[in-house]
Design a protein around this ligand. Structure first.
Ligand code: HEM
Length: 435
């Protein structure tokens, strides 16, 4: 199991934090270029693993930043998410990209500890400069924040085929685009991106603060392409968690891969083939799926159960038992019909009906206002971690083709990012790619 899945108590000692992590360009992006007079950058790249915090913290749950795998995958799913995808500016060089990843790593290693993005932070830069940190998370504590970085396909080869950063030879062969599916209504402006950052926390303001400040550090190098807020986790990623409910009111995450199953994670989640730099990482598939909840709400309860293949109240499979009983796809009901309909969501997506393929789902509910006839713009920001995009596509194709659920869904955004392996102390995210 990854070290990053283990919580540890926060430290609250009061000590000075050396300002040696952000590059000159990163500090300029924050508007604090004059602060460079301190000359503290000479020490080179370093993360903030050795630093501590001075504030009284309201939520001290803290996950380690360094480890075999990045946090935010098997970490017990937090309650909130802010997900962001970025494009790199046309004039960014390979060295600029490396520097950006170093800056983000440094800032992220501080943020997960409940610290500001730099030692001067929100209030310590003096009255004549814009503060390095925007300040809205001061005093909120780490709140279980994890920050997960990912690389889009276009980082390796742009849409026009250009090898902008000399990375094309490092593109894993399996990192292709997902095939188009039934009920895909893609908005390209809300899909893809050169880089992504997933910030999950138990306090929404902590997650938003992380994305906002990392976006700010990237100014002049990266541009926010699209972003999504999520609330109410729709999965469990640890057996210690209670199964939550999605906006259809169903228990969601019952038969998910869990942190306590290291062998299954090795089999289904962690990349083991392809370029050496990518191994130990994972592929993140993100799909913004709108749910026609007003239509769904008008369905009889028994029909809602049939479409899923599970009992809405208990989460038990319709073949019987309790929530965690394995579904029996051959079981029949009193009328001799299959208890779990072959077009139900559980039937279509279960490993038994998909060459044994499983995935680690880690999505969130969203409500982004409403349309002009009063229907909520609501749904599931579906996130899954898989060993290869092709494995996801196989299950998804099986679902999209025949799943009765699909009638109530409309997917408006789809992206795949390669999540590099975990970050060691003193390294930056994805360092092995540039070796
Ligand atoms: C808005 C869209 C979706 C909703 C509301 C939804 C809801 C659910 C629910 C309630 C379950 C049963 C409980 C559980 O085992 O977690 C489930 C299972 C599952 N879903 Fe979805 N899901 C959605 C989209 C997807 C998509 C796009 C995929 C990707 C192929 C997917 C893959 C799975 C898998 C693999 C399972 C576990 C099946 C099993 O092993 O029994 N779901 N989903």
């Amino acid at each position: 199991m990854t070290e990053s899945s283990q919580p540890r108590p926060s430290t609250v000692a009061d000590e000075a934090v050396p300002e040696q992590g952000l590059s000159r360009r990163g500090l300029l992006a924050l508007g604090g270029g004059a602060g460079l007079a301190a000359g503290a950058l000479a020490g080179g790249f370093a993360t903030a693993a050795f630093t501590s915090k001075t504030t009284a913290l309201s939520d001290t749950l803290e996950y380690p930043f360094h480890g075999e795998h990045q946090g935010g995958i098997v970490t017990p799913a937090q309650d909130r998410m802010h997900f962001a995808a970025f494009d790199l500016r046309a004039d960014v060089t390979r060295d600029d990209l490396i520097e950006l990843l170093q800056d983000w790593t440094y800032a992220a290693s501080r943020l997960v500890m409940g610290l500001d993005v730099s030692a001067k932070g929100a209030f310590g830069g003096g009255p004549y400069l814009p503060p390095d940190d925007t300040g809205e998370a001061a005093g909120l504590g780490p709140s279980g924040l994890t920050i997960t970085f990912g690389f889009g396909r276009t980082l390796f080869r742009a849409e026009d085929g250009a090898d902008r950063f000399g990375l094309a030879a490092q593109l894993p062969a399996e990192f292709g685009p997902l095939p188009k599916m039934v009920n895909d209504f893609m908005d390209p402006a809300r899909s893809g991106g050169d880089l992504c950052i997933q910030a999950c926390a138990n306090d929404p303001q902590v997650a938003v603060h992380a994305i906002r400040n990392l976006t700010r550090i990237g100014f002049g190098r990266s541009r926010l392409r699209w972003s999504q807020l999520g609330f109410g986790r729709t999965s469990s990623t640890s057996t210690a968690q209670v199964t939550p409910r999605n906006l259809f009111g169903q228990k969601d995450g019952t038969n998910n891969l869990k942190a306590e199953e290291p062998e299954r994670l090795t089999e289904h989640v962690w990349i083991s083939d392809g370029p050496v730099w990518s191994r130990g990482g994972s592929y993140l598939v993100a799909r913004r799926i709108s749910m026609t909840i007003e239509v769904w709400d008008g369905l009889q309860l028994q029909e809602q159960n049939r479409l899923l293949g599970r009992d809405k109240a208990s989460g038990a499979p319709l073949s019987g038992g309790e929530e965690f009983t394995a579904p029996d796809f051959a079981a029949t009901d009193a009328g001799g019909q299959l208890a779990i309909d072959q077009r139900s969501h559980v039937f279509r997506t279960h490993p038994d009906n998909n060459e044994g393929i499983a995935m680690l789902r880690r999505g969130y509910n969203f409500v982004d206002g409403n349309d002009d006839i009063g229907r909520l713009d609501a749904g599931l920001f579906f996130v899954a971690f898989v060993k290869s995009p092709e494995r996801f596509a196989k299950v998804h194709q099986n679902m999209a083709r025949d799943d009765m659920f699909v009638e109530y869904l409309k997917t408006t955004s789809s992206s795949v990012f390669l999540i590099p392996a975990g970050i060691a102390e003193g390294e930056y995210v994805g360092q092995a790619l540039f070796g």
